[in-house]
Ligand binder design. Sequence first.
Ligand SMILES: Cc1ncc(COP(=O)(O)O)c(C=O)c1O
Length: 414
Amino acid sequence: MNKIKLADLKHLDKQDPLSKYREEFFLPKNTIYFDGNSLGPVPTKTIKNLNKTINEEWGKDLINSWNKANWINLPQTLGDKIAPLLGAKSGEVVVVDSTSLNLFKVLTSALRLNKNRKKVVSESTNFPSDLYILEGVNGMLNNHYECQLIDDDINFEKYIDSSTAVVMLSHINYKTGRISDMKKITDYAHQQGALVVWDLSHSVGVIPMDLHNIGVDFAVGCTYKHLNGGPGAPGFLYVHSDLIEIVSQPLSGWLGHSDPFAFETKYTPANNINKFICGTPSILSYKAVESALDIFDEISLEQVREKSIQLSELFIKLIQQECGDFGFELFSPIDAAHRGSQISYKHENAYPIMQSLISRGIIGDYREPNILRFGISPLYMRHEDVWSAIICLKNIMQSNEWDSSNFKIRNYVT
Ligand SMILES: Cc1ncc(COP(=O)(O)O)c(C=O)c1O
């Protein structure tokens, strides 16, 4: 293997067709950010958009802005901006509530459609909130369902059968970054008469998808990760157009009504994706999502994916080249085709090593029990950044800097 040199990486950065998007983000000095898969950085347009919303729309126009600035339609207009990133059609996506709440809604909707079946299949390493919601929904239904948690999605055919009501999985696993074969699993579930619910939190914005054509029934996801919508930004929810008219959801709030401002006593759901809205949208957060999504208007997701793979391959090779003796064990799939936009390593001292990196401005995160997670963000990350991060990691390991007691104090948020 030829040794990788910084000069070659700088050259690659010069040729990078996505390099111009780096200036769309406010990136603090002396920081290399590997946590865009958890919370994306602030897009510079968002600072302007929020100022405008506060000073003009809220400040001057006050309540008129629900109509004048079209605040009331933001759940649908932003849903339509996300739709192309999912391979969904206009009217199939709405931006609303949190990912966990959206999962509660679509999982209940799916179970209502497939009432006579007894089993829900998910994965034991699915994001915990997804599993907790499944537990909560099942509890609400008097534990009618057997919840089967498979250990790996490879042999999913063994578990999905004619008793399965719903298959609920993450497209990209939050811990390992493994990509599940959405088409294969969806096709198989459908052959068995089951419905599918996909969590796209870690795939939206970094990998092209084809939800509508594949025939995915339901999906949810976050806007604050690779979409850069801001801390606690609202989630999104997708329902296939064939199902929208026939589904119902349990959180029947007034803004999901067919005519909210008629203020009727009886709930009549909207006959479109709006039926998944519950209460008043948090406009400041929506406005942050709006400007963050503008960046994606002209971007090719194929190019984003290509660069994500390039940077990830570089990361793995550089760890081998520079940090091969320090006990890092790749926890993500080695095959780029099966790996999302993150790389995870196991290490017995993962927590203090990550804290030590963070103290040097290299920001990734830690997941239990021993995982260092590095998100790859092709819109603002350079090849040169990957080099600097790995050299920093090498220094920390060589000097044992990570072994200081301050790096072992656990923060609540890891
Ligand atoms: C895969 C996945 N699903 C669901 C969630 C939960 O999202 P929220 O806290 O916005 O409900 C997260 C949060 O990080 C996640 O990574």
